[in-house]
Design a protein around this ligand. Sequence first.
Ligand SMILES: [Fe+2]
Length: 460
Amino acid sequence: MRKKPDTIFLGVLLIVFICIFSAAAADENSSTGKYRLVWNDDPMTTVTIAWDQLRGNNPVVYYGQKDFGRDWMKYPNSQKPTRIVPNYRGMNNTFAKLKELQPDRAYYFIIRDSESMSRRFWFRTAPARPKPFTFICGGDTKSSGTAHEAGILSNKMVARLRPLFVIFDGDYCSGNGTSAERWQLWLNDWANFTIAKDGRIFPLLPVHGNHEDGDKSVLNKLFNVPYQNKDDENIFYSVSFGHKFFHFIALNSQVNPEGLQRKWLERDLESHKKFKYIFAAYHKPFRPHTGRKPNKDFQYEQWAPLFFKYGLDIALEGDSHMSKITFPVRPSNEPGSSEGFIRDDKNGTMFIGEGSWGATPRPSDDDKPWTLRSGSFNQIKWIQVFPEMNGNPSHIDIRTVITATRNKEGKLVSHIEDVPALSEGREFIVPANIDLYAPPPYGAVITYPFVEKVSRRETY
Ligand SMILES: [Fe+2]
């Protein structure tokens, strides 16, 4: 007997329902969770996959360059955990370091253990030659209220903009960084909202902030972040890629900036001085752009001369909970300087920040003569890096993406709802409806090296 068309339709609908339900159930019932990826070594050939082992045992990451979905037996490579930090902040923090990867490739993976299998994720390795790429940087999230909600909005922008990697510049949770509940919330938010719908997961470069000071080794235990001099409280490190193209330095404003860290910084800058772009991040700004925060003179004395000596291009700062971009500046006490800096478009470092990923914005009420712009809202910095191409000089485009503001009643207003997700391979396209901070005269895009020209395009 022939089936009626509506019976066939209902049958198909039922199958679709079962598929959707079982996929969701597989994720909810998975014995692993809080997935994150970390760059803590050579990002061209290695990556660390980290997760919380909730139940089960003998987890194995199955991976390869071809997407076999959840058909784990077809993946050509496998990796058991390379480090486990059990019962830390209420989680079994499990790390699998993948090595001998090929640069600039997509890798697909699943995590399988005695009880279940994760969904299929994928990531990209860093390129081994100069090549355009994008990344997102920012910091300062909180664990409750509208500040927590705003952080989720910024997380969602990560998934939509599909950066090669993310720099998180410190202050992850409210308090002193020892609350298990708050870290679990942060890591769940990271996995739930920054991973793209197609399973692409974006590697993280974590930086230590003052709200982690209750345990200065926390980033090592939760992200397997490198430390120096055999002391896991010395969380500062660097990574580079692109054949002398891009070097990133994570400093730590919460341990002594002098002595060991200063020496390490000088050595690191000296050995990477031939890189085209050097980018540093640390939590506490030298010169905060909100009046409520004090200057960090000692940190400035230790690091600013080295930044200038070695031509540091851009420094990311956090902590203040507002937005700023400075003109390129160099340390100076000559006439015309202010708070130890003077504008130097040719040889200076551009300072960007200052940490309002989620934390409630503070007033931007402490601009300097060398401040390019500041503002008070939730934001992340979206950076596009271009090598010399087709006769165009290499440069870095910096955009400030507003993710949330508050209305007069203090209610959170999302600025991301109508922003469509970029599709794979179109990471340089500016999506419709994105809210870019674009006050005159320079418009939405601030380019480094900085050239004084007034933008005709102030908004998109
Ligand atoms: Fe802070």
